[in-house]
Design a protein around this ligand. Structure first.
Ligand SMILES: Cc1ncc(COP(=O)(O)O)c(C=O)c1O
Length: 515
């Protein structure tokens, strides 16, 4: 029985679990790992909660133990081609001793220090300088001298970026644009089919999430209240992509880029420009299925945001060093006001992220008007792991490797090769609607909501990729370290699995696309 059948048909805990709830599992006694797969699986079912998961999904558990290059190995010794690069983080592949050595050396020197107020460490300073320099090199006009706030992950970077946007508007006014101070500029516009993280603000940016975030909070209120300008904080527009922008919203003569830009302007006007603080977007939607945007959109969006005083926050958490450019916004030649990066920053070896904030925004946001600092002058925001010395040291080394080995160029080249392979391998499958790719972010759009099933069955073929939360896209983000031969195997396995779905007559109609 396939893992797919296991998790779609088993509606109770499996009979064959080694232990039952409440029984004690002690793994790795004395620090020595002695646990078998069965022990680990039983313990997992009893103790661990998986993200985007459900206990029933844990039945078809895969327990990874080691990795090298683009290959992962599980505790049973089975190998997998990692077309997901960890979780779109391991650009340089698994098992690099040079990065581990940097972490080891830094841990033995200084494992942690505060990064609050006037305290920091040498690595955090160097990393901020490096990222500010990188952003300034790529976008000299707007990002020269940019300020950097370090985080441990992506979603918390989005939270910080939003807070910094609000801070800018709170402090602007006489110094900034005519909008800002005196107005409640706090609404945010985002794209449908986005993913910005799972904490409250990022979850609220995704309209499809309904059990957490602002949408949930608004449930129970009258529709009138939900729709009224003063209560709605989060609003959405269609992404400018031929498969994701609703065609009935287009006007004659418009392309999807122009139609989405018009939607953005109409949305701002509907909400009231005085209330909208920021527009948050991924340059290429990651979880959404490697959805790149129509090239006309961002230049138009930039003009619109400037006209109405709206900050552009680019979520570069997944796109950083993944699209064949350092930043995804280079694809469109548009510099945002704030960029949030993470994932590839340490190439998976430790958690880290950063918010990159235009210097002129910073000047306004941290302007002080009174001789003494008031409470409102201080940015009331911090994360314990911000500027962690070991994470920062690893990030610096990862950036060195990417830069010294010209890996951004390699990423662009690999991406084109992989896309060609994927397109030719999946050609003619009726279950496939579109194969697309930007750098090593590749997406397969299916005609029905079977992506999770495909993801699960592929594990049996020794291939790891990811189904989008929209359920009809597959996302592949292989490490640069993956070879063409390895990628051909990934594509062939995917063809076999999709083909098996194609031959199931009901595949297209059993799970019709919801979006
Ligand atoms: C584009 C994007 N934004 C935000 C996030 C959230 O990052 P984190 O899981 O580190 O909070 C992710 C994670 O996959 C992402 O892909």
């Amino acid at each position: 029985m396939s893992s797919l059948e296991n998790f779609t048909s088993t509606m109770s805990y499996p009979e064959n679990a080694t232990l039952k709830e409440g029984e004690k599992v002690i793994l790795g006694k004395g620090g020595k790992e002695t646990a078998t797969y069965a022990d680990l699986k039983a313990s997992d079912e009893l103790h661990q909660m998986h993200g985007f998961g459900h206990p029933l999904m844990q039945h078809a558990l895969v327990v990874f133990e080691s990795g090298e290059g683009a290959v992962l190995k599980d505790v049973n010794g089975d190998e997998y081609l990692d077309a997901l690069a960890g979780i779109t983080v391991s650009h340089l592949g698994h098992g690099r001793a040079d990065l581990a050595q940097v972490a080891f050396e830094q841990m033995t020197k200084l494992e942690a220090s505060s990064n609050q107020r006037n305290l920091t460490n040498n690595n955090a300073i160097k990393l901020c300088e490096r990222l500010s320099g990188l952003a300034g090199r790529v976008f000299p006009e707007k990002m020269t001298g940019s300020r950097v706030y370090l985080t441990a992950g992506g979603g918390e970077g989005i939270e910080a970026a939003y807070h910094l946007a609000l801070r800018f508007w709170n402090k602007s006014g006489p110094l900034g644009t005519p909008y800002g101070r005196g107005y409640k500029k706090q609404k945010v516009i985002s794209f449908r089919n986005c993913y910005h993280g799972s904490t409250f603000i990022p979850a609220s940016l995704k309209p499809e999430f309904s059990d957490y975030g602002w949408k949930r909070w608004m449930e129970g209120h009258d529709r009138d209240v939900f729709e009224s300008n003063s209560h709605r904080m989060f609003c959405h527009i269609d992404p400018p992509h031929e498969l994701f922008l609703e065609k009935n919203k287009m006007k004659p003569g418009e392309n999807v880029g122009q139609a989405a830009a018009r939607q953005l302007e109409e949305r701002i006007l509907h909400e009231g420009a005085k209330t909208v603080a920021a527009f948050v977007f991924e340059p290429v939607q990651g979880d959404g299925g490697a959805v790149d945007m129509h090239r006309d959109f961002f230049p138009l969006a930039e003009e619109i945001c400037k006209r109405y005083g709206i900050l552009m926050i680019a979520d570069e958490i997944m796109t950083f060093a993944k699209t064949g450019h350092w930043f995804g916004m280079e694809l469109y030649g548009v510099c945002p006001d704030i960029m949030v990066i993470s994932k590839g920053l340490t190439c998976g070896y430790l958690p880290a992220g950063a918010v990159i904030y235009r210097n002129d925004l910073w000047n306004t946001a941290f302007n002080k008007t009174l001789p003494k600092l008031a409470l409102s002058d201080v940015w009331q925001h911090d994360y314990t792991w911000s500027g962690h010395p070991v994470c920062s040291a690893v990030a610096l080394r990862a950036l060195d490797i990417i830069e010294n080995e010209n890996l951004i160029e390699l990423c662009a080249k690999r991406g084109q090769e992989f896309l060609k392979i994927l397109k030719s391998e999946l050609d003619g499958l009726h279950v496939v609607q579109q194969v697309r790719g930007t750098g090593v972010m590749l997406g397969v759009d299916l005609i029905s909501d079977i992506a999770v099933d495909v993801e699960q069955v592929l594990l049996e073929y020794g291939v790891v990729l990811r189904a989008s939360t929209n359920k009809h896209c597959l996302l592949l983000t292989p490490p640069y370290a993956m070879t063409e031969e390895q990628f051909k195997k990934v594509a062939k396995s995917l063809r076999k699995v999709l083909n098996s779905f194609t031959t199931l007559a009901e595949s297209a109609i059993s799970k019709p696309r919801q979006s």
